[in-house]
Design a protein around this ligand. Structure first.
Ligand SMILES: NC(=O)c1ccc[n+]([C@@H]2O[C@H](COP(=O)([O-])OP(=O)(O)OC[C@H]3O[C@@H](n4cnc5c(N)ncnc54)[C@H](O)[C@@H]3O)[C@@H](O)[C@H]2O)c1
Length: 431
């Protein structure tokens, strides 16, 4: 086995997963090349800076770039290990799009040599790693590709999903358990040797397909459970009961653990990946599909409820608190908060103010609406209605005496002490 300092690793895709992964591997002393299709990303990383917000990532990247352990390029170069961490969105009818994965594998194929390990980390539909092997076999008939050759293969191909939490990525990349699925058991063992260089959590080997489905299962589990909480929030509102109190009380049962409702489900993972299971087995997934629909439906409900509240108070200015898809991060992908705030801005124009401490400017979807980005203090001074969409710590810490006279629609339950009326009917501010 080559030493850490001799190991060459090529990470394809320098986003929320790829850049932290590249930096953590570079910290072991390995020579890491990060590849991205965007020149701006390559330039930023080569200057020792980061283009994404993640705790401690800036210091780590500047250190490993300064030491010469990490550099970035538009082009793939020869390496011992290739890690693919490119996007896997869905397209028409929620069908998964693995085009980025196949493109990255095609680029790696050009420089692939006997002895190399190719690992797919992107969240992928079941069977994608086998498709990567098939592609490599067709592009490199000179190499013995696992699943497409007799005897010992020249390269190893494996799937190893990420289950990191944004905001804790550098910790969880190392501490979390990893599931490593090989096209063959030998492939899994080769990939395992690589992860053992920097992972402290347990590394468990299995087949590529089982590892792919494990990742999708984890996210579908979260989605279904959040859908239960979101459905409860609608029932509780109809009954005039505080859902947060009901959940708190129900969770005192030793075998009940209900998650938190919110304005929907967002992010690159939980709002997307369950569709990969539904798309592959539509007849077998009524529950998973319904959970997706319940969570998306909650966003529409929040828009309608907030709009009714704003309409009932025509003179009031409105602060939408948060755009991110979850607390304390700058990631707005698939964010229900963004969707709600944008819908309200389109309808109510300059009455809507946006508070998002993780944004320097409003996203383009607000262009022409008249909505403005303001800080939380300005919102307290100038707005009468508060729509809480994200549970950022800075919002949680606003004390009751600064918001007691506000009309609050708290979709995250961050202010349990806020005076409220029972029932879901729109409230009217005292004139
Ligand atoms: N962000 C998360 O918290 C998270 C957690 C677990 C799993 N994942 C999965 O990891 C994968 C990557 O997610 P992400 O959040 O890092 O995405 P991202 O969009 O932040 O980053 C992906 C990067 O890949 C680059 N890219 C696209 N095509 C490329 C190619 N052919 N070669 C090289 N680079 C290319 C893009 O320019 C981008 O910088 C996805 O499958 C995602 O579902 C993400």
């Amino acid at each position: 086995m080559v030493s850490d300092s001799e190991l060459k690793v090529c990470v394809l895709g320098l986003g929320y997963i790829g850049l932290p992964t590249a930096a953590v591997i570079a910290r072991t002393g390995a020579k890491v090349l990060g590849v991205d299709v965007h020149q701006s990303v390559v330039d930023t990383v080569n200057s020792g800076k980061v283009h994404i917000e993640e705790i401690d990532l800036d210091g780590l990247v500047s250190g490993v770039v300064a030491r010469g352990s990490l550099r970035a390029s538009l082009n793939v170069e020869q390496a011992d290990v290739f890690v693919i961490a490119v996007p896997t969105p869905f397209g028409e009818n929620h069908a998964p799009d693995i085009g980025f994965v196949l493109k990255a594998a095609t680029n790696a194929a050009i420089v692939l040599k006997a002895g190399d390990v190719v690992i797919l980390e992107s969240t992928s539909p079941v069977g994608t790693t086998e498709k990567v092997a098939e592609l490599l076999a067709s592009l490199r008939p000179d190499l013995k590709i696992p699943g497409h050759c007799v005897g010992v293969a020249d390269v190893a191909i494996a799937y190893c999903p990420e289950r990191v939490l944004p905001g804790r990525i550098l910790v969880e990349l190392i501490d979390n358990d990893r599931v490593i699925g090989g096209i063959t058991p030998r492939c899994a063992r080769k990939a395992l040797q690589f992860y053992r260089r920097f992972v402290r959590g347990a590394c468990v080997t299995t087949t590529a397909k089982a590892a792919e489905m494990t990742k999708l299962t984890e996210n579908a589990f979260r989605d279904v459970n959040i859908a239960f909480a979101n459905e409860l929030s609608l029932v509780a509102e109809k009954m005039g009961v505080d859902v947060w109190e009901v959940i708190r009380l129900a969770n005192r049962h030793p075998r009940v653990n209900i998650l938190s409702p919110g304005p929907g489900v967002g992010g690159h993972c939980i709002a997307v990946d369950p569709w990969f299971l539904v798309s592959a087995a539509p007849e077998q997934t009524p529950l998973i599909r319904t959970a997706r629909e319940v969570n998306d439906g909650k966003t529409d409900y929040v828009i309608g409820h907030a709009a009714a509240m704003i309409e009932s108070n025509p003179a009031a200015r409105v602060a939408c608190l948060g755009l991110a898809f979850k607390a304390n991060i700058d990631d707005f992908r698939e964010s229900p908060a963004l969707k709600v705030a944008a819908a309200l801005a389109q309808r109510f124009g300059e009455r809507i103010q946006i508070v998002e401490p993780y944004a320097n400017a409003l996203p383009a979807t607000f262009d022409g609406t008249g909505a403005e980005l303001i800080d939380v203090d300005s919102a307290i001074e100038s707005c009468e209605i508060f729509v809480v969409l994200v549970d950022h710590d800075v919002f949680k810490s606003v004390p009751l005496d600064e918001r007691a006279d506000k009309l609050v629609y708290d979709t995250r339950g961050i202010w349990p002490d806020q005076p409220r009326l029972a029932g879901g009917e729109p409230l009217r501010l005292a004139s």
